[in-house]
Design a binder for this molecule. Sequence first.
Ligand code: NAD
Length: 251
Amino acid sequence: MNDFSLEGKVAIVTGCRTGLGQGVALAFAEAGADIVGVGSTILDETKNLVEKMGRKFVGVQADLKKMDSIPKVIDAAITNFGKIDILVNNAGIIRREDAIDFSEKDWDDVMDINIKIVFFLSQAVAREFIDKKTGGKIINIASMLSFQGGIRVPSYTASKSGVKGITMSMANEWAKYNINVNAIAPGYMATDNTTPLRADKERSTEILARIPANRWGTPEDLGGTAVFLASKASDYVNGFTIAVDGGWLAR
Ligand code: NAD
């Protein structure tokens, strides 16, 4: 089972102040990795939890809506650890409005963070992997809306369908450099992202009734799949989006 170990690895995890990103950072730390955490605000809680496990944590405060965040993230990893082994593109936002009233700003903000920066940060990290001839792992956080249409979230659906698509296209071009690009599609998870959905009694009852596991997912539920995709155990897995959804897509 040593193939699942992340001992000595360095992982960049975006959006790990809270929620699923924090869950992934903690699972990686438990598996042995040091973490470069990226967020728009301070990441103290995640830093403390990672350090309690005896791993190192470097926080980078950067706005992932902007392209100039990319060199900051790469520099922080190289300056502090001298290398990158794993990138998790987790940071993401959602805007809810009827499609008929949806604004250009709600389209652009979501697309900038959820798909544009996912591609260009992956490109920057892949260049490192190729230059240093190390290979590496890229994991994108997709969604059920990489497979389905959703309701009142058109830019989110467009971005997450795009994440599934570019996961395949990047995998096709970079597998020959020993770079594995894959994605995880979380189901309905209890985080800040879904607070409004869980507060809406009618929608939350409908959603829960459709989940075979009969519960919302948690950040811890993502850990095992993330560690697998970050580890040697997944060296022959390329371009696939794995659902961690309590059976939602099986219905
Ligand atoms: P969350 O709101 O708790 O976490 C999102 C993280 O992204 C936060 O840490 C936030 O600070 C960071 N972020 C947002 N905008 C940023 C910016 N401009 N610059 C830097 N960081 C920024 O929500 P979550 O549910 O943990 O979401 C994590 C990922 O999982 C997202 O990509 C989301 O779309 C996806 N996802 C969530 C669910 C769910 O049910 N919660 C389901 C499917 C996919």
